[in-house]
Ligand binder design. Structure first.
Ligand SMILES: [Zn+2]
Length: 438
């Protein structure tokens, strides 16, 4: 009966099932839960080992070592595991692990990453426990996500639901600091074109202690604004001949951005600014060397910032507005804005992704768990799933809950690893049974 109800929900549009009642888990799904629980200690020991292996993005040997640790988990389950070298992009590489199923069910792409923001010179290198919390570099982001994947597919294997599943696990080695995208994201994008469903095993979002579903991520782009103006004696400022100088022009532009670029889900930050008689960005784009005197009209000014939006259309609209604002300079000034080519694209919410969240909520109901509401994407940054979002529907945040990621207080909620593994394994088992569209 449970199976019939679920088959019906999968066959018809999902909305009638949004309020569907819970159905008991079928035998293989119950077995998944039992196996994840039986293997708790194994899973946390595996995570501890991974965390203690440094894999800062630029520690290529460390990233590869974590990839090898994942390989030894996945190969015995029937995955064909390959290392994709991307040294031409000055990054380590990626792990791609493929499981061949019966070729009929939905093709699943599981996304996460091997690297962390903590390079070998960071003081934060080791795993430790505080009750049900695990502390360590990458404990949640994203070695915790890798642990969810391994716990989930091991349970699927033992419960017999992996056998027919066509699945690719793609773990980037440079999620935290991507190499040139043309090389560094080429293989992930290809995997996205192959897949019917993309699942991102980054941190589970929680709002007021409630687990949230997530089907969108905003983009992340960088821009640089450079203003040049006539320099001269400050006594003449604002006169037609002297003009306003570069700093006033820069201030006009960024304040007009703030007042005119008001759209839901769009944000833009100015993160660095400098100006004076001379101003120059240093090679790493993190510093501006500026000189100036109080009685000299500034001849040059520079600002750098980011921009985050929810769809390619919104980004294009915002960039056009920014260019138009820049193109109306104050007297005596000229300005130019450049958008960096290697931004992260947005993952816009789609009806297909929303239907996937409905499927996940059916799993929640059947597991007697509360339903997960849809997270506002303003609360999330960009990530690797964004690169496949234009080709495939997806769910974000199937990794564990935690806090403090990218900081030396990074913690993972260990119990959430098991819960997320069960949810993901049951969802994936159901999706693998659904006929893929032709
Ligand atoms: Zn991450």
């Amino acid at each position: 009966m449970a199976f019939l109800l679920r088959a019906l929900c999968a066959a018809v549009a999902l909305s009638p099932c949004a309020s569907a009642i819970a159905a008991p888990l079928i035998a293989s799904e119950q077995r998944i839960g039992a196996i994840v629980d039986a293997e708790q200690e194994r899973t946390v020991a595996m995570l501890e080992k991974w965390v203690n292996q440094n894999s800062g993005t630029m520690n290529f040997a460390g990233v590869k070592a974590v990839g090898d640790m994942l390989r030894v988990e996945l190969e015995p389950l029937g995955f064909k595991v390959d290392w994709i070298d991307i040294s031409t992009a000055n990054r380590a590489g990626h792990i791609v692990a493929r499981h061949k199923g019966n070729g009929r069910g939905k093709r699943l792409l599981l996304i996460g990453h091997l690297d962390t923001v903590f390079e070998p010179d960071s003081p934060f290198q080791r795993w430790s426990r505080e009750g049900n919390l695990g502390l360590g570099p990458g404990a949640g982001d994203d070695k915790g996500g890798m642990a969810v994947i391994v716990a989930a597919v091991r349970a699927m294997k033992a419960a017999g639901t992996l056998k027919n599943a066509d699945m690719t696990v793609f773990m980037s080695g440079d999620e935290e600091d991507a190499g040139p995208l043309e090389i560094a994201r080429r293989d992930l994008i290809a995997a996205g074109k192959w897949a019917d469903v993309a699942l991102d095993f980054e941190a589970l979002a929680q709002v007021d202690g409630r687990d949230m579903g997530s089907i969108a991520r905003r983009s992340s782009d960088e821009w640089t604004l450079v203003v040049a103006a006539r320099s001269g004696h400050s006594s003449g400022i604002f006169s037609p001949s002297a003009g306003s100088g570069a700093i006033y022009e820069l201030a006009r532009i960024i304040d007009t951005f703030r007042r005119d670029l008001t759209e839901d889900k769009l944000t833009f930050n100015v993160g660095l600014i400098g100006g004076g008689t001379s101003a120059e960005l240093t090679g790493d784009n993190l510093r501006i060397a500026a000189t100036g005197k109080t009685n000299v009209i500034a001849g040059t000014a520079i600002a750098r910032g980011d921009m985050r939006g929810i769809s390619p259309e919104q980004i294009a609209r915002a960039q056009a507005k920014m260019r138009a604002i820049v193109a109306q300079p104050l007297i005596g000034a000229t300005a130019e804005i450049k958008f960096a080519p290697d931004g992260y694209p947005p993952m816009a919410p789609t009806e297909g992704s929303r239907a996937l969240l409905n499927r996940l909520n059916q799993v929640n109901r059947d597991m007697n768990l509360p339903e997960m509401g849809e997270l506002d994407p303003v609360r999330r940054g960009a990530a690797d799933i964004s690169f496949v979002a234009k080709d495939v529907d997806g769910l974000v945040g199937l990794g564990p809950a935690g806090s403090g990621s990218h900081s030396p207080r990074e913690k993972v909620d260990i119990g959430s690893i098991y819960l997320q593994a069960k949810r993901a394994a049951i969802l994936m088992s159901r999706l693998a049974k659904e006929r893929r569209p032709r």
